[in-house]
Design a protein around this ligand. Structure first.
Ligand code: OSB
Ligand code: MG
Length: 380
């Protein structure tokens, strides 16, 4: 049987493409989201809409407006998409030829993923199948996970953790930074000895911090995510030799080759796969399937996406390689109102259902979308 990664090789783009538009939208977060490197109070996103025969496929670029999580930005992604990707796309081309156009571009994987996603949503909709089925994967319920931003004090953090526990999140991730780490983790661990708990530093430490990071070994964390530099693979291997908490890489992994390098160097024991960061669903599946072969657990990260991007993350996680709960949370944790419906909700056991319907299975809320659109550009 073909693996999900291979099934895409047999697909082709729609026979006609009627229209392509780029939209920039901005919706407020309920509360600002603080990580070690930055804080965001709104979600601004670039959306790619590709239409065929009256059907729209949607892709959401996960780049932020700023270069504080990744070097890519909304402006850089828009430039690459407009100048280097869209002019080369031809209706009816083989998916492998489309991927070759994307792969010729160096870096800029968030830009590449946004277009790939729109094409996949469109193709699955035209075939009238849900995206997971288009990828050759069977449906499953997705365990929820939550990423709690850096809080002003421990009481506020405990409040956030309690509410996540009440909502039945399967795994809780605490954002940490140098100086906001052992104390907060031990406070949470003392109150919640049994929850699945992990920490994400977004690259805030250096090898000089090894002894402090080693003290985190006392708190039974599932993993520590991206403790060292955002572009490092070498030093994480050195760190992993010195701590028992598994290291998970996020920012440093952009491709299957990065994953192979990190695994062979011993830089991590777990990988956070964000399809939007690695160039799209196809590359995410290749990484996931490689990791499964190597017994490296993976999970699906998030970028606080709107409902479009969150839907792609849900479909991706139906693949059996995604054995650990990821960062997919209920829409209501982020936004008062989203630009798609239905919104993501958790059931009483903290699982999320894949939205039903073809493609990604969510529909734009046209009225709200128009209201929060900062600009639309028709490419053709
Ligand atoms: O490091 O995983 C990260 C959000 C923005 C930038 C980086 C990260 C995150 C998250 C949030 O952790 C995950 C989510 O809830 O979508
Ligand atoms: Mg992370």
């Amino acid at each position: 049987m073909d693996t999900a990664g291979q099934i895409l090789r047999t697909r082709q783009l729609p026979k006609t493409i009627d229209k392509i538009e780029l939209h920039i939208v901005e919706i407020p977060f309920k509360k600002p989201f603080f990580i070690s490197s930055y804080a965001w109070s709104t979600k601004r996103a670039l959306l790619v809409e590709i239409c065929s025969g009256g059907v729209s496929g949607w892709g959401e670029c996960v780049a932020d407006p700023d270069p504080y999580y990744s070097p890519e930005t909304i402006a850089s992604a828009r430039y690459i998409i407009k100048e280097y990707i869209l002019p080369q796309i031809k209706a009816g081309m083989q998916f492998t030829d489309f991927e070759a156009i994307l792969n010729k571009i160096r870096g800029n994987r968030m830009a590449r993923a946004a277009v790939e996603n729109a094409i996949l949503d469109l193709c699955a909709k035209l075939d009238d199948v849900p995206l997971y089925r288009f990828l050759g994967v069977r449906k499953k319920k997705i365990p929820s996970g939550i990423s709690i931003g850096i809080q002003p004090n421990t009481d506020a953090l405990i409040g956030e953790v309690q509410s996540a526990v009440d909502d039945k999140y399967h795994r809780i991730k605490l954002k940490i930074k140098n100086g906001y780490d052992v104390e907060v983790i031990s406070a949470v661990r003392n109150i919640y000895p049994d929850i699945q708990l992990m920490a994400d530093a977004n690259g805030d430490y250096t090898l000089a911090d090894i002894s402090g990071l080693k003290s985190l070994d006392n708190y039974n964390l599932m993993m520590i995510e991206q403790p060292l530099g955002y572009d490092d693979i070498i030093q994480h291997a050195e760190l992993q030799k010195n701590i028992s908490t598994p290291v998970c890489l996020d920012e440093s992994i952009h491709s299957l080759q990065d994953a192979k390098n990190a695994i062979s160097l011993g830089s991590c024991k777990i990988i956070n796969i964000k399809q939007g960061r690695v160039g799209g669903i196809a590359e995410a599946l290749r990484i996931a399937e490689y990791c499964m072969k190597k017994n490296i657990p993976v999970w699906c990260g998030g970028m606080d996406e709107t409902g479009f991007g969150r839907a792609f993350n849900l479909h991706l996680q139906t693949h059996p390689a995604f054995a650990l709960p990821g960062d997919t949370s209920a829409t209501s944790r982020y936004f008062e109102k989203d630009i798609v419906f239905p919104e993501v909700t958790l059931n009483a056991e903290g699982f999320i259902d894949i939205p039903s319907g073809s493609g990604i299975g969510v529909q734009p809320d046209m009225g709200y979308l128009a209201k929060v659109t900062l600009g639309t550009e028709r490419i053709f």
